[in-house]
Design a protein around this ligand. Structure first.
Ligand SMILES: C[S@@+](CC[C@H](N)C(=O)[O-])C[C@H]1O[C@@H](n2cnc3c(N)ncnc32)[C@H](O)[C@@H]1O
Length: 272
């Protein structure tokens, strides 16, 4: 195992004060980082895409687990620290400087890969929606292991009928298995964020036949965009949706949050 200085020393040496603008909250606890890196399963020789490695705490844990890591980081101040890591684990770490939102991850990786990231909230949800969207399925990624604010993690794994149930839950559950793998206390981060966090672990499942991801997305957008309204009102904007409700025997007076993920899938299929 590589002999590396403690992360706090790395931060001091490279002057990596956490930038608020870049949503930087660093993790230093090696045991916690090892537990996160264990969530995708055995990583020996497996390709992993890490977004936002920062000073490289999680990256170290992934490298220690034997992964071949590609890390995208947009803060160039972190690059010398990551370069030290690349030298400590020869041939295991490739660092790409850039904005992960502007990079084609499938092309970059070129083979099936696991995704692991501790990202700022807005970037995390934008990437999450992108990774789970689109017509092509199964995706090239084999699992997502992502840190979110606890409240967002709860929306991703929410059950039908709960207050947290909405677009994110349907998106995450209609052709994937999503679970809340670990809660992470705010005090684990430097600096500590205002709210609690949690790690969500997602694996692709079989995609239901005859369903367009685009239509399903339009349905959930319309239904949850006006979640207090009855479906016959909120779904008016989607051609064929109200007729599909009737054909499927779904009471149009119901509200979006009472429809199970499978109901949305059936509706999307009926619309065509
Ligand atoms: C919450 S910090 C986590 C750092 C490190 N992974 C850890 O767990 O300690 C988020 C990191 O993502 C980087 N970042 C923010 N937006 C990004 C983007 N669009 N593309 C790539 N990296 C980004 C930040 O510079 C920062 O290093």
């Amino acid at each position: 195992m590589a002999d590396l200085p403690p992360l706090r020393e790395v931060i001091a040496k490279h002057g990596l004060s956490a930038s608020k603008a870049l949503g930087q909250n660093f993790l230093f606890d090696a045991q916690l980082l090892d537990r996160i890196a264990a969530l995708p399963g055995d990583l020996q020789d497996r390709p992993v895409l890490e977004i936002g490695p920062g000073p490289g705490g999680l990256t170290r844990a992934l490298l220690k687990a034997g992964a071949r890591v590609t890390a995208i980081e947009m803060d160039r101040r972190c690059l010398p620290a990551l370069d030290d890591l690349a030298q400590a684990y020869p041939g295991q770490l490739r660092v790409i400087e850039g904005d992960a939102l502007k990079i084609d991850h499938n092309e970059l990786m070129g083979e099936p890969f696991a995704i692991v990231a501790n990202l700022p909230y807005n970037v995390g949800t934008a990437l999450f929606t992108r990774w789970l969207g689109g017509e092509g399925w199964p995706p090239q990624w084999t699992s997502l292991t992502l840190m979110f604010q606890l409240e967002v993690a709860q929306r991703i794994v929410a059950a039908t009928g709960s207050g947290a149930y909405g677009r994110l839950a349907v998106l995450a559950q209609w052709r994937s298995d999503a679970k809340l793998a670990m809660k992470v206390h705010r005090s684990a981060f430097t600096p500590p964020p205002k709210v609690m966090s949690a790690i969500v672990h997602v694996t692709p499942a079989e995609m239901p036949d005859g369903v367009s991801a685009r239509i399903l997305e339009r349905l959930t957008e319309a239904a949850f965009g006006q979640r207090r309204k009855m479906l016959r009102q909120s779904l008016k904007a989607v051609p064929g949706a109200v007729e599909a409700l009737e054909a499927l025997g779904i009471d149009p007076q119901r509200r979006a949050e009472t429809l199970a993920v499978g109901d949305f899938v059936a509706l999307a299929r009926a619309i065509g």
